[in-house]
Design a protein around this ligand. Structure first.
Ligand code: ZN
Length: 313
């Protein structure tokens, strides 16, 4: 790959991936959700999103997809929408940032210790983060006949973002260790680079999981972004067809979504072969990517079916 593209590839990782499934992960869930949605749900959801408050700039992005056939434009726009909650982190737009950026809505951490490979819950502390609470709240807004369209627009955008985030196991886990007696912040304190590495060169476990798709499916020089997302999302839908996952959708059961992800923190994230200050082994990386593929497919199906249930009738 030419040097410039190669550099751009890594810069993208460094600056966009610090918080949640990165752009790629969220767009894959948007792509998959859209495939599930019926024409009625698609039309209502796009119409609502376009009624978003002006200061959110959520509806502005629709225009960015230019003069194209309407269906293609609506699709590209919808795939983008799950990333809006990260877009608003940009401090270059202080009004939007102040009003819409909410750092503790992106996760719902259960606090725990790992004792002999098993989960020991820490119940004396309130769970960290508002992810589940916000999903419940936005679900109500989306269903509320009395809610304004502009409120529903913001609710849909957050729903599509947090719904994805909670499928990343480290967005549901606050592991306590002797080193991290108050929790590891979803693996952010668990470093995979040697002890003493300069701060700017450090890589942590949270980042490892957030950015896992891009490291496993390189962005090729001839790819454009939508081809890239389509290629990945379609492959996940082949590997994990809807029919194979539909028995476990649990639509509306947001605590259930969180619990399912959290269980993986013990079985697949903090496995015994994962060592602090070391690059994960190939076996660890392969398993982590396989888990992530399933999580992203499930997130897309769940969100698409939820939107069908609410807007597709
Ligand atoms: Zn997030």
């Amino acid at each position: 790959m030419p040097r410039l593209l190669f550099t751009a590839f890594f810069l993208t990782f460094l600056f966009t991936n610090a918080y949640s499934w990165d752009d790629t992960g969220h767009k894959i869930t948007g792509y998959i959700a859209w495939q599930r949605m019926n024409p009625t749900a698609r039309e209502k959801v796009i119409k609502l999103l376009r009624s978003a408050p002006e200061d959110s700039q959520l509806s502005t992005f629709f225009m960015a997809y230019g003069p194209r056939p309407d269906e293609a434009k609506r699709f590209d726009y919808f795939v983008f929408v799950p990333t809006w909650a990260d877009v608003v982190r940009d401090r270059a737009f202080p009004v939007r940032y102040e009003k819409y950026h909410k750092s503790n809505w992106h996760y719902s951490d259960t606090f725990w210790r790992q004792v002999n490979g098993k989960i020991e819950l820490i119940t004396e502390k309130q769970p960290g983060g508002q992810g589940v609470a916000k999903l419940i709240e936005f679900d109500k807004v989306m269903r509320d006949a009395a809610a304004k369209d502009s409120e529903k627009a913001i609710a849909i955008a957050w729903f599509l973002h947090i719904g994805g985030d909670l499928h990343q196991p480290l967005h549901t886990s606050g592991r306590h260790t002797d080193r991290e007696p108050n929790g590891d912040q979803g693996g952010n304190f668990f470093l995979l680079t040697p002890e003493g590495t300069k701060r700017e060169d450090q890589v942590n476990l949270h980042w490892f999981w957030d950015s896992i798709v891009g490291r496993n499916v390189p962005f090729l020089p001839f790819d454009n972004e939508s081809d890239y997302i389509r290629r990945i999302a379609e492959s996940y839908m082949v590997r994990y067809p809807f029919d194979s996952l539909k028995g476990g959708l649990m639509t509306g059961n947001y605590p259930g979504w969180q619990k399912e992800s959290f269980a993986l923190a013990n079985t697949d994230v903090f496995r015994s072969d994962l060592k602090r200050f070391e690059t994960p082994t190939d076996a660890y990386r392969r398993n982590a990517y396989a888990v992530s593929e399933q999580r992203l497919a499930m997130a897309g199906y769940r969100m698409g079916e939820t939107l069908n249930e609410i807007f597709g009738k």
